[in-house]
Each structure stands twice: as structure tokens, then as C-alpha cells.
Design a protein around this ligand. Structure first.
Ligand code: SF4
Length: 150
């Protein structure tokens, strides 16, 4: 396991996310990060957010395994399905819990923990950052921004 390569920006971003979600219980913290990621990608035209600021990317790097070399090959259909389910689920959380700040926070927090669990479990068996390279819906949005020069 290697965790000596985390950048200061990754550590800071992870700490801020932890503080916002666990300290302040700010349910919309995840959306602030989405906006920050999109803005940074548009400005830099690179995956700057993924490489330097994404809390999940930082956790993936912190819990990365040098010895994993296997690629996870997934059909495009699974990747599209993940993309759709990811955003639909967030939409349902917002829709059904709107007006109740505690439930919004609790459901989004559970969802974040679930995604972290999936991402870290994947890289136990496959290459590091497999979630990032194959499934992450936000990563696909950032990729699209760069590809289509938005
Ligand atoms: S691909 Fe997704 S999880 Fe990975 S660093 Fe980018 S936004 Fe974060």
C-alpha cells in the first residue's frame, strides 16, 4: 500500500470534504465539489480536479496497491448504466428528502460511503483507480468537457 504520494492539495481537499460532511453536516458539500471540478476542468482543459483535488481520487491514491496490474474491462453498456443510475439515485435522494436537511445529509453521506467502498474494493482486485478509469460518472463528465472543448 502506498500513501506517501498524496499531494498537499489532495490532503487539503480530503480534509475539507471531511469537515464539511462530518463536522458541519453540510449535505450539499458534494455538489460544491462537483461545481468546483467542472469549473476547474473547463478552465484548465485537463483533469486537474481528478489529479489534485478529488477526495475519492485522493483516497484511492492513499489506499493504492503497487502490485495490482489487472485491467477491469467493462462493456460500454455497464458504464452507461452506472452513469444513469448514479445521477438518478442522487435525483431521487434530493426529490424524496427535499426539505429535511438531516435526511438529505444522511442519504447523501450513505451514498458517498457506498461509492468509496466500491472504488476501494475494485482496486483491491484490479488496477489502482479502476473506479476512476472505468466507472466514475463525474470523471466521464470531465472527460467530455475536455474532449468537446467546452
Ligand atoms: S474520476 Fe471520479 S473519482 Fe476519480 S478522481 Fe475523477 S472525479 Fe474523482
Amino acid at each position: 500500500m502506498t500513501n506517501d504520494k498524496l499531494k498537499n492539495t489532495q490532503i487539503a481537499s480530503l480534509g475539507i470534504m471531511f469537515f464539511l460532511m462530518c463536522g458541519l453536516r453540510m449535505w450539499f458539500a458534494i455538489f460544491l465539489y462537483f461545481i468546483f471540478g467542472i469549473t476547474l476542468t473547463i478552465i484548465t482543459k485537463k483533469r486537474t480536479y481528478c489529479a489534485n483535488f478529488c477526495p475519492l481520487g485522493a483516497l484511492s491514491d492513499a489506499f493504492s496497491f503497487k502490485e495490482n496490474k489487472k485491467f477491469l474491462k467493462l462493456p460500454k453498456s455497464i458504464q452507461y448504466l452506472t452513469f444513469i443510475v448514479f445521477f438518478l439515485y442522487i435525483f431521487f435522494i434530493l426529490y424524496y428528502n427535499w426539505g429535511n436537511i438531516f435526511l438529505l445529509w444522511a442519504e447523501l453521506f450513505k451514498f458517498i460511503l457506498f461509492i468509496v467502498f466500491i472504488a476501494l474494493t475494485l482496486q483491491v482486485f484490479y488496477k489502482n483507480r479502476t473506479w476512476c478509469t472505468t466507472l466514475c460518472p463525474m470523471g466521464k463528465i470531465y472527460k467530455g468537457i475536455i474532449k468537446y472543448k467546452i
